[in-house]
Design a protein around this ligand. Structure first.
Ligand SMILES: [Zn+2]
Length: 153
């Protein structure tokens, strides 16, 4: 199964870029979790390791979307703290966050862009449109969205 999603390549320029790697197992578990959370958006934190620019997701922490909304999310702050504690205890880094889009494509919404609070965190988005899970990862810095290569292996 070909699941590689390439990042943006504006102007056809080839660059060596960092990428985000996710195991097929973690991807499938997250997609299943997001489907079970419907009609609400699911949200979580990406924990793992970063080496030489590449980042490897070791675990996705599933957090409660306290907005209980199909159009936006807020992470439960207590669960967020517990996840941060656990990931530090494992020696992992917080790589970014992840949420689902039940009815829209895998790209940041205007609200996602407006609410992006940390330029050091990536924003992975899983779309469930048409029942086919698609995940993409983005950096959002000062309102500018840049897709990052995400490889599922
Ligand atoms: Zn969103």
């Amino acid at each position: 199964m070909e699941l590689i999603q390439r990042g943006g390549n504006a102007g056809g320029r080839r660059e060596v870029r960092a990428m985000l790697k996710l195991s097929g197992q973690e991807f499938c578990r997250w997609a299943t979790h997001a489907a079970q959370a419907l009609p609400d958006e699911a949200c979580g934190l990406l924990a793992g390791e970063a080496h030489g620019g590449d980042a490897f997701v070791r675990k996705i922490f599933y957090l409660t979307n306290i907005d209980h909304s199909p159009a936006h999310f807020s992470m439960d702050p207590r669960e967020q703290l517990a996840a941060l504690k656990e990931l530090r205890a494992e020696g992992w880094q917080l790589l970014g966050n992840v949420h689902s889009h039940p009815e829209s494509p895998a790209r940041p919404s205007q609200e996602d862009i407006r609410l992006a609070y940390d330029p050091k965190l990536r924003y992975a988005i899983l779309s469930l449109v048409d029942g086919t899970p698609v995940i993409k990862s983005f950096w959002i810095r000062q309102g500018v969205v840049e897709e990052e290569e995400l490889r599922i292996e």
